[in-house]
Each structure stands twice: as C-alpha cells, then as structure tokens.
Design a protein around this ligand. Structure first.
Ligand code: WT7
Length: 686
C-alpha cells in the first residue's frame, strides 16, 4: 500500500493546476517609503551567518538582560533562542511606547453594528487596562508565572487586554477561537490545565447578538469530565454594566470583570522579567489524530520574529493605519494584530464582525472612514467579497499601499481581482505562507525588493532556508516542475518550542520524516516538516499546493479529519464516517462527509441533520460540511481501510483511478452515481 493510501487523502492531490504567471512590480512610490529596501539583507541572513543573523530581529525589542547564547541546540529539536536573555512581552508591546506615544491609538475597535461608535484605545489606556486586569488576575485568581489561562472571546478590545495582562505576569495564555464550540474550548482547557477561563457574555455576528456565555458553561463541564476544574470564569460584558446573555451566572465561579476590575483602579503591576525561552502562549491547531495540538510559543524568539517580519513584510510605519481582518483567536491575529504591530508601536484596526454584514461594502466603508492604508486578509474572504459585490470597492475612496493574503493558496484570478479592484492596481501584495507552528511568515516576497507572482508565496523569508524533498529525502531542484514536501533546513526564532505536554508527538510529527539521527544536537539534522506540498519555480519562488496529511484547510484554517469523523460517530445511527476535502468556490476547501449506517437504519434527512449538529457542537460551525452523503457502504481496501482518496476523487469530480483491487469495487459506482448524478460530473471549481 502506498503511503498516500495509509494516510487518507492529500489536499495537494486535488490542488488546482496553475500556469506560470507573469510578474507584477511594486510601484516606485511604494519602494520609496518601504522599511526594507536593502537587498544585502538576504546575504546577512545566509546560512553562513546563521544563527547570529537573528540578532537583527531581537534588537528591535527591549531586553531587561541581553542574551549570551543566540541558539541553544542541546535539547534538539526543542530549540532555545536568545538564552540568558530576559524580557517581558507586555512591557515591549505597551510600556515602552508610552514616553513617545502615550496618546497614540494602539487599537481602533469597530463594532459590527454600524451605528455604534468606535472604541479608540490609546497606548496609555491600554497600559492602564492591562495593569488593572493583571492586578485582578494576580490578586483575585492567584495566578503566577507559568500558570495557564484559557481565553474564549470574540473580537473586542478586551481580548488583547486579557492576553497582555497574562503576558505581564508571565502567565501562559491559550486563546481559543470564539467561534469554536463550548466542547472544543473545554477540551483545550483540559489539555492546557487552565483553572481560569476568560470569556464574554455576548457579541455580534451577522447582525445578531449571540449568547457566548453559554459556551463557557459547556466548556467548564467538559473540562471537569476530564478532571480539569475551572475555579474562575471571568466574564467581560459586551455592554459594560449590562448582562447580554440569558445563561445564569454560577455563584462563586463566575464573575463580571467589568465590576470586579473597579476594585483594582489605578493599580500597577510590575512586568515580570521572563527568561527568553519561557512560554508566552499556547495555540491549538489540528493534526492528523483526533487531539488538537497545543503549539507552545516562547517569549523572546517569538516576539523577535514577529517584530522583524511585521516591520519588513507588513511594512508598518508609525503613521500607517493597519487593518488585519483576521480573528485574534487564530495565529494570524496573535502575530499580526497583537504582538507584531504592538511591539512596533503601530495603530491597528480591530473589527468585531463579518465582512459581508450588512453588505459587502462594509470593509470598504471602514477603510475609507479610518484611512486604512495596509490591509490584511485571507483568500476565502477575498473570494467571498468578490462574489458578493465585485464592483463594491470602486464605490469607496480608500487607498491601500500594501495588502496581505494568508492562510491558503490563492487562485491567480482571485489574486488579480484583489490587486486590481481592492488594491486599485497600485498596492503591493504579499502572499505569506506559514503556520500556527511557525509563529511568523516563512515564505513571502519582501514587498519593495521582489516582484509579485499571482499564486506563488514567493521566496523564503530572510534566515529561512527551505528545500523541497521527495519521499526519500532527495532534494527536488528549483524548476524541475515536480512537487514534493517542503522543509525548512534550519530552526528560526518564531518556531514553536514543542507541543504542550507531548514532546514525542512534536518530534514525530514535525521532524520524524526526515531526521536520521534522533540523538543529534546539530540543527542540520532536524529539517522542519510543515506537512505541505510545494513546487519551486526556476526563479526560486515557492508555490504551496496544500496539505499532504489528512488535515483540511477550510477558509484558511486547519481542521483534522479525524476530529470530524469522531464527531460523526457520536450520532447513534452512524456506523462509519469518512471526511474528505472538496474544492469550494468561496472557502477554498470544505469537508464533505460520507457515512454508512448501522444495520436496521435507513438514510434520512434527520440523520444528515444529526451529523451536522454533532459537528457544530463538537467543533463549531466553521467545520460545517458541504454535503453529508449517506452511502450503502464505504469503498474499502482488502484490509478493510476506507479509501478516502476514492471518495475525494468522487466529491471533486475527478478520475477515481483503478479501483479493481478494492474489496468492493461495485460500491464506487453507486457512490459516484449518488454524488455526481447520472453520468454527470460534480460541479468542480478550479
Ligand atoms: C496551513 C497553516 C498561516 C496562518 C493562518 C493559517 C496553509 C497558509 C498559505 C499561503 C498557501 C497557505 C498551509 C499551511 N497556508 N498560508 N500563503 N499559501 N497555503 O494557519 O491554521 O496553522 O494553517 O495553511 O497549508 O500549512 P494554520
């Protein structure tokens, strides 16, 4: 059996096949103002100058104590950066900007309700609120450095305040995307060992004020079932002084932060000077087995890397208005809304809602009103806005000098619309390829130094040295026209430190494939394997094709197919479940679900609905399948393995290949008929 059969189906296999595209050059006016125009940068960050080159990023920060060892490999592949150094992330993101920029906006928060006023948080106000909340965490919750706190919040100013208050104390925060279910949050509380959950009563989404507090109760309940007791649930109020959820508060356990924090008015908490390698936060992401992985990011390395890449790739200057329309609950928000921009003292827009409410002109009205000039979003959002209102951007007077796309491969046609219609033919675009695990960008053009190529992330970042390897570890040269597994040959400061509580899984998942000496302390023996397929063009640009493992990238976010399959099996009628990625015009990929039923049950809409409901409650609406197909049987190998690859081919209207060796080849024809209709091909985007 080939490796592909044993791991299911690879997204890379259903990747769209693109032509080589022509290059687009940044404008002279963009180049004239850019933070990075020095091409010798890449020489300074060559492998010969590794690891000392990263001092250039670390020097963007304020250190309490300078480090003595840039890279310590003694516990490879758990690499330690800037060892001996001490710093505090909250000090670097807040306090150090006060002397010069006390009155500058750190965040401009925009409600989804268009008639509600913005909340502008200056660096001074951010400082005060972070301190007061840190005092509360310390005094009321008894938290200290190294403890974990789970944060399950929507896009409100209180979210970065909460994160920075944790960072001030050296408390490790674990932010769970607000759209995830209570169950998903509870599992993460339990895995991280958090005894405090910070949440909010309600928030707006698509014009509706959603009850978010009810998820906290579910989360605490799930955590308790795994023996993790949550002592305090701290509830921020969307409208301070008013409770906007119908779920009762639990006495002793639940408290309104807005009331309690008044007790700490005027209090200041000395930022705890943390060792550079102390964990700053955990961020959970999906892997190939059911359990999500808590990616542990360190303080000094991570902050240096996001400061450097924000400055040079996001090209933020003191007077820019920067808007990253991601959610802080994902790594993009952590790195490029909170830690990167704040470490540079920048001004960011925070938006509560969805970009298409009340209509697809909303983002452009915000951009026009606030004079946003740097814009950052994902292909799925670009596709959605293009579909909902292709001419909408032309109606508004906004001008972006720079735009980012992140999270999944972008189709050249979509890239061109982004450039021409949103960027008005002028903006420099960076297509940034990276992951939750990598902390910051791995591949992207340097906006004033490199031309752009639609559909290609571009060359590697300074100090990042990728290679494309075949299954046996032989390099595939640039321009060979062949795809392979992209690896990064060297460690870098933004790289996560380990999987929380599971070093073995960390080593196995990210290094197991290409490491030849498990005892080596030489970083050269530990190429990092991100799990993406890629091709390198002759000019060195990398094109990312998609995931090689059984993880589906939905709207730029990874979902483990095993997690979805386990959710399906919670439905009593379901015997077997298989989840495959299917191309979707807006979301890029969506999960499509095949189930077979236990004997005695017949297919029905009710069962389909139950499956969808099970996924909503286990993971959240983000994982909603495109279709649920109830099939008489699953195509299987003779050893009884479900052939997900065959199902994926059917779902995507592709050739199923030779199925004669299957145990039940006749099943394929009936499944195909059900999904694609009589003789017809499925609607395939690409
Ligand atoms: C996976 C990481 C990057 C932060 C948000 C998602 C895919 C990411 C690109 C890009 C093609 C991309 C990869 C990667 N991906 N950026 N510019 N072009 N693919 O973080 O949830 O950890 O997902 O997203 O497959 O492995 P994540």
């Amino acid at each position: 059996m080939s490796r592909q059969d044993s791991i299911g189906v690879s997204e890379a296999e259903i990747a769209v096949h693109w032509q080589e595209e022509k290059l687009y050059y940044p404008s002279t006016s963009f180049i004239a103002q850019a933070n990075m125009t020095d091409a010798t940068l890449f020489d300074r960050f060559s492998l010969d100058n590794f690891p000392e080159c990263f001092k250039e990023y670390a020097d963007l920060l304020t250190w309490d104590k300078y480090w003595h060892t840039t890279l310590d490999t003694s516990d490879a592949p758990c690499f330690k950066w800037f060892v001996g150094g001490r710093l505090n992330a909250s000090y670097n993101c807040v306090d150090r900007h006060l002397a010069e920029n006390r009155n500058k906006a750190a965040f401009i928060w925009v409600s989804e309700q268009e008639n509600e006023p913005d909340v502008v948080l200056t660096y001074q106000e951010l400082y005060v609120r972070v301190n007061e909340f840190a005092a509360l965490l310390q005094d009321y919750c008894g938290l200290k450095a190294g403890d974990r706190v789970t944060i399950h919040m929507p896009m409100v100013p209180e979210l970065p305040i909460t994160m920075l208050a944790c960072a001030r104390l050296g408390v490790i925060h674990s932010v769970v995307f607000g759209g995830f279910s209570g169950r998903a949050c509870g599992e993460r509380i339990s895995d991280s060992g958090s005894s405090v959950l910070v949440t909010m009563d309600a928030y707006y989404r698509n014009g509706q004020l959603l009850n978010h507090k009810e998820k906290a109760d579910e989360a605490v309940h799930i955590a308790a079932s795994e023996d993790q007791i949550v002592k305090h649930v701290l509830v921020w109020q969307r409208y301070p002084g008013k409770y906007s959820a119908s779920t009762p508060m639990v006495e002793e356990r639940d408290v309104f932060v807005n009331d309690l924090v008044k007790k700490y008015r005027g209090q200041r908490v000395e930022p705890v000077s943390m060792p550079a390698e102390a964990p700053l936060f955990l961020m959970y992401t999906s892997g190939t087995t059911g359990r999500p992985k808590g990616c542990q990011h360190g303080t000094g390395g991570y902050l240096s890397y996001v400061a450097g890449t924000t400055k040079y790739v996001q090209d933020i200057h003191p007077n820019d208005v920067y808007w990253c329309m991601a959610d802080i609950g994902w790594i993009t928000g952590h790195s490029y809304i909170v830690y990167g921009p704040l470490s540079l003292g920048a001004t960011s827009v925070l938006f509560e809602g969805v970009p298409t409410y009340p209509d697809a002109g909303r983002p452009w009205r915000i951009a026009e009103r606030l004079n946003v000039n740097i814009f950052h979003t994902a292909p799925t959002t670009i596709r959605m806005l293009r579909k909902a209102g292709p001419d909408e951007p032309n109606k508004y007077n906004f001008n972006f000098k720079h735009m980012t796309t992140v999270g999944e491969p972008i189709e050249p046609a979509v890239w061109k619309w982004y450039h021409e219609v949103i960027g008005k033919g002028k903006a420099a675009i960076v297509d940034t390829w990276w992951q939750t695990e990598t902390g910051g960008f791995l591949c992207s053009t340097m906006p004033a130094l490199h031309p752009m190529k639609p559909g290609s992330a571009g060359p590697a970042m300074p100090g990042i040295h990728p290679l494309i390897l075949d299954e046996d570890g032989n390099p595939i040269p640039a321009g060979a026209g062949k795809a392979g597994n992209i690896v990064i040959q060297n460690p870098w400061p933004g790289q996560f430190q380990t999987i929380w509580g599971d070093r073995d899984r960390f080593v196995r998942t990210y290094f197991g494939k290409y490491n030849k000496n498990a005892h080596s302390t030489d970083w050269r023996d530990w190429p990092y394997f991100p799990g993406d397929a890629s091709m390198q063009a002759e000019d060195g640009y990398f094109r990312i094709l998609g995931r090689v493992d059984d993880v589906i990238n939905v709207a730029g976010h990874r979902l483990g197919t095993k997690e979805l399959e386990s959710a399906c099996l919670l439905v009593p009628e379901v015997a077997e479940a298989a989840v495959v990625p299917v191309a979707d015009e807006v979301k890029g990929k969506m999960p499509e679900i095949y189930i077979s039923l236990k004997p005695g049950f017949t297919a029905s809409k009710e069962i389909e609905q139950k499956v969808i409901q099970a996924i909503d409650t286990s993971i959240g609406k983000i994982a909603r399948p495109k279709h649920v197909w109830i099939v008489p049987d699953m195509p299987k190998t003779r050893s009884g393995k479900i052939m997900r690859r065959v199902l994926a081919a059917v779902s995507n209207g592709m050739d199923v290949g030779d199925v004669t060796t299957l145990a039940n080849p006749e099943v394929v024809a009936s499944v195909k008929k059900m999904v694609q209709g009589e003789g017809g091909e499925a609607d395939f985007y690409g």
